[in-house]
Design a protein around this ligand. Structure first.
Ligand code: GDP
Ligand code: ZN
Length: 351
């Protein structure tokens, strides 16, 4: 089989290995756009518009249906398998019930874009983005944009460093191009890169710089009379020189979702302090031997950072309570059944 173009979209030995295990005998492809009930899949030779098989439709929970970035197995031009995701970014659906909506899968690296103009530069927001990136399972890179508008770049960089904890930090200007080429190294090895950041921080401008061409963004989406959207471009775009950019609209409104350890990774030093408290159930109020209180007193931990940690923790706890545990375990069971049936098939096919 010829995968030369699939490699440009991130296909590698690891994906090949998982594909062989989960979807043997199917044709591989990667979802580049998701329309309602229809997926555009790049197969290496071609871009095909595919539906999913009835089998997949009936066996998969909504969260398991293909999304942009997913590796899928095609059977006779229909999507019959979705590979387990190495990473994913989800959001709460805007209705009252908490339901997971996966926006994009298999992102390797996220550029957390923040503007250096005073309006946008905000360490608390950066902490939030870092938490989101870790929870999605991707590697964060901090991109401070608009160096040309920065009043006090030195101070802002050192402030950003206090929350970055070893995460690569770039200061760039999408306007002048300064520093943008340094970002290219994060695409090495055909990495899939997504950009997160508030509206107006310069994500589109950066994407245009990185692609070196005028790239059509989602602003070009047309709604036809029935309210169905037709995109005029892929949301997974090969970058000249290697790698893939994810340019999907929903990522903008991304909220915290998972309740895993992303928070602790974004707040390593706070998590380390909590671990030093004398009591494992310390509430960091009046307990003796509280490492948090001590650190706040001698100012090795700033009050803002502690409050930010607590706020995010409360949000995660609230989300966790809202999640329907029964629904989750159902989804897990079904997924296990799917992978089991694949395993069974592999045995049959293999011998
Ligand atoms: P997005 O909403 O994050 O995609 O932001 P855009 O790329 O649309 O940029 C928002 C505005 O900021 C536009 O007017 C851009 O021209 C401007 N902009 C983007 N990057 C820079 C930069 O590095 N310096 C300056 N001065 N303006 C920028
Ligand atoms: Zn404590």
């Amino acid at each position: 089989m010829q995968f030369s173009n699939l490699e440009r979209l991130g296909w590698n030995d690891e994906v090949a290995r998982i594909f062989e295990a989960e979807a043997p005998g199917l044709d591989p492809g990667r979802v580049t756009v998701h329309h309602r009930g229809l997926w555009e899949v790049a197969t290496g030779d071609d871009d095909v518009l595919a539906e999913i098989t009835g089998r997949l439709r009936h066996s998969a929970e909504p969260g398991d249906l293909p999304v942009v970035g997913d590796w899928v197995g095609l059977r006779d031009g229909l999507i019959d398998a979705v590979l387990p995701r190495a990473s994913k970014f989800s959001r709460k659906t805007p209705w009252t019930e908490v339901a997971e909506q996966v926006l994009v899968a298999n992102v390797d690296v996220v550029f957390l874009v923040m503007g250096l103009d005073d309006r946008d530069f905000n360490l608390r927001r950066l902490e939030r983005y870092l938490t989101t990136a870790w929870e999605g399972g991707a590697t964060p890179v901090i991109v401070l944009n608009k160096t040309d508008l920065a009043h006090d770049l030195e101070r802002q960089l050192s402030e950003a460093e206090t929350v970055a904890f070893g995460v690569p930090l770039h200061a760039v200007s999408a306007e002048t191009g300064q520093g943008v080429n340094d970002l290219r190294r994060h695409f090495a090895g055909n990495m899939t890169v997504a950009l997160l950041g508030s509206s107006g921080v310069g994500k589109s401008s950066l994407i245009n710089r990185l692609l070196g061409e005028k790239h059509f963004r989602i602003g070009d989406v047309r709604a036809d009379g029935r309210g169905r959207h037709t995109t005029t471009h892929r949301e997974l775009v090969p970058v000249p020189g290697g790698g893939v950019l994810v340019d999907t609209p929903g990522l903008r409104e991304l909220q915290l979702w998972e309740t895993d350890d992303g928070l602790d990774q974004a707040f390593v030093e706070v998590a380390a302090l909590v671990a030093q408290c004398r009591f494992s159930d310390c509430e960091h109020r009046t307990e003796p031997g509280c490492a948090i209180k001590a650190a706040l007193t001698d100012a090795t931990l700033s009050r803002e950072r502690w409050e930010s940690y607590q706020k995010l923790q409360r949000e995660l706890a609230r989300l966790e309570r809202k999640l329907d545990p029964k629904l989750q375990s159902e989804a897990r069971k079904r997924w296990r059944a799917i992978t089991k049936s694949h395993r069974h098939r592999r045995k049959v096919v293999g011998h």
